[in-house]
Design a protein around this ligand. Structure first.
Ligand SMILES: C=CC1=C(C)c2cc3[nH]c(cc4nc(cc5[nH]c(cc1n2)c(C)c5CCC(=O)O)C(CCC(=O)O)=C4C)c(C)c3C=C
Ligand SMILES: [Fe+2]
Length: 423
């Protein structure tokens, strides 16, 4: 792709522009003249040679909806929240323009911007993904409730479903791992590709936003399970069996995508993400019997089938009783409560995490980075979590330690940028 650009005065190459700015990195360039002065309108970045060699590995960045929501789950996640350090809406706009361009390039397997190869300047791209395929990289942006405070004059634009997350029973939420003005979810089939994307987005944000929290996560890789069976969480159970099939547009409309009935028009094509960092008491779990573990979830560990059944995808049938009249699936089991009479649904997209050892206790510091998407958390995630927090048998083994609710922006069209329906 020829990425030479032109101003009204004279022809400038990208390299000239970078030299004039004195340092590499898109984010550092947009300050004075604004991005449109120097840069061509963003277009879909072309996949790199390595991407072309592995066609299926490339997920386009531009589209009606952001990728990374109904996209089949990749193997790794790097997730972070940023707090804005600027109070200028123009700066926020520039940040999202720069992030959009960089994301379109990185998801196509390209460096964050063209390299300048000046030995006296830092490289434009941090380099750790040079030569790597795109690995189905997706980058998804959302806005927290604090984005709509007094700073940017957008208070009246706050969507009604973007409420403050309530406090739930036995929450032990650490504010250092919660909320944030902006959330960025990076997913990829390679951990280094995911890390590289997040790192470069943080670099671009310098001067406008700072990292507030960051968490990496994983599931089993596709090469460990070529059959693509339901992945298991760190408690050893298949997790995701009864997730809605997001590729069915009618279901996605009902469950995921913001609807004009409750959301403003600028959210059309967007959704709401609930995030919970849930620490697992792994050592306690590992000492509990198989019978107790299965009763906790209401499913068999090996097959993933509902208790008393043999097929993973068999109907739950919560009314079934044993010969003594006792429900086969305990009413306080995780699935019995989360099922919500089959009427309330969310799209789960969670990853396991491990943060090594807790130095205070010597225990493994691991759990679930719970992520779900829903069209109105007031009617979906929040009542569900209220029910789980009050009675779930699983609560003996888990603690919610981080939390966030975010409005995930609609996708950007080529030539536009993420957030352009709002600011
Ligand atoms: C508020 C929403 C939910 C939270 C928080 C949550 C935490 C959590 N879940 C598991 C493991 C499993 N969850 C399963 C099913 C399931 N979970 C939720 C919601 C939340 N889970 C729903 C809506 C469902 C589906 C219910 C149904 O209708 O059947 C299962 C069973 C298999 C499956 O369907 O995915 C497991 C296992 C953990 C470990 C956890 C917190 C650490
Ligand atoms: Fe669950």
């Amino acid at each position: 792709m020829n990425r030479q650009t032109e101003t009204s005065e004279k022809k400038l190459t990208r390299r000239d522009v970078l030299k004039m700015a004195g340092i590499g990195g898109i984010g550092l360039l947009v300050g004075a003249g604004g991005m449109k002065t120097f840069f061509p309108q963003p277009t879909q970045a072309e996949p790199s040679a390595s991407a072309a060699a592995s066609k299926g590995d490339y997920i386009p960045f531009y589209g009606k909806n952001q990728a990374g929501i109904i996209t089949p789950m990749q193997d790794f996640i790097s997730m972070a929240a940023f707090n804005l350090t600027t109070s200028s809406l123009a700066d926020v706009r520039k940040l999202f323009q720069s992030w959009t361009l960089a994301s379109a390039r990185m998801t196509a397997g390209q460096p964050v911007d063209d390299e300048i190869e000046n030995p006296h300047l830092p490289p434009v791209d941090t380099g750790e993904s040079i030569g790597l395929a795109p690995m189905k990289l997706t980058i998804t942006f959302g806005l927290g409730a604090s984005f709509f405070d007094d700073r940017f004059g957008l208070k009246s634009k706050k969507p009604a479903p973007l409420v403050d997350m309530p406090r739930f029973n036995s929450d032990e939420i650490n504010p250092d791992w919660s909320e944030g003005d902006i959330v960025v979810q990076v997913c990829a089939d390679d951990p280094q590709v995911a890390f590289h994307a997040m790192r470069n987005l943080a670099r671009i944000a310098r001067g406008k936003a700072v990292l507030h929290w960051m968490q990496e996560g994983f599931q089993r890789t596709a090469s460990a399970d070529p059959s693509g069976s339901t992945p298991r969480n760190l408690l050893g159970f298949k997790d995701g069996t009864n997730n809605p099939i997001a590729s069915e547009p009618k279901l996605a409309d009902e469950i995921v995508w913001a609807n004009s009935a409750e959301s403003p028009s600028w959210m059309t094509g967007g959704t709401y993400m609930a995030m919970r960092r849930i620490r697992m008491r792994i050592e306690v779990w590992d000492r509990s019997s198989l019978e107790d573990q299965e009763a906790t979830f209401g499913r068999h560990r090996h097959s993933g089938a509902p208790i008393g059944k043999s097929g993973e995808f068999d109907d739950l049938e919560l009314g079934r009783k044993d010969s003594t009249g006792k429900p086969l699936i305990a009413p306080n089991s995780h699935v019995a409560l989360a099922h919500m009479d089959g009427k309330v649904k969310i799209l789960r997209r969670s990853y396991s995490y491990s943060n090594g050892m807790d130095v205070k206790t010597g225990q493994i510091n691991a759990g679930l980075l719970f992520i779900c998407f829903n069209r109105d958390p007031r009617k979906q995630f929040i009542p569900m979590q209220q029910k789980l927090a009050s009675a779930d048998r699983l609560n003996e083994y888990i603690t919610h330690v981080g939390s966030g609710l975010y409005a995930c922006l609609p996708g950007a069209r080529e030539g536009g940028y993420i957030g352009d329906t709002l600011f």
